[in-house]
Design a protein around this ligand. Structure first.
Ligand SMILES: [Zn+2]
Ligand SMILES: [Zn+2]
Length: 79
C-alpha cells in the first residue's frame, strides 16, 4: 500500500492524497509536479528512479487507510 506522503520533498508544498499533482518513485519518495518537471527532470534525486503520477486515494478508502502525516523535506535541497 502506498504511504501517501503529505508533501513535496523539495519544496514542502502540500500534496493531498485525494488530489492529482503528486509524483512518486518506486520507493515512494514524493514530489510535486513542478519540481519533478523543472528541478528533477523526471528522476528521483534519492534513488535515480523515474517519477510517475501518484494515484489518488479518496472517500471511504482514504478514511479507512489514512494518508501519512509525516512530512519529509530534504534540508539540503533536492538537487
Ligand atoms: Zn515541490
Ligand atoms: Zn526515490
Amino acid at each position: 500500500m502506498l504511504e501517501m506522503r503529505p508533501s513535496c520533498e523539495c519544496c514542502d508544498r502540500d500534496l493531498p492524497a485525494s488530489e492529482d499533482g503528486a509524483m512518486i518513485c518506486s520507493f515512494e519518495c514524493t514530489f510535486c509536479a513542478p519540481c519533478t518537471q523543472d528541478v528533477l527532470n523526471g528522476a528521483c534525486p534519492n534513488c535515480g528512479g523515474g517519477l510517475v503520477p501518484r494515484p489518488t486515494r479518496t472517500g471511504t478508502a482514504l478514511a479507512k487507510f489514512p494518508a501519512s502525516t509525516k512530512r519529509i523535506v530534504k534540508q539540503t535541497g533536492c538537487v
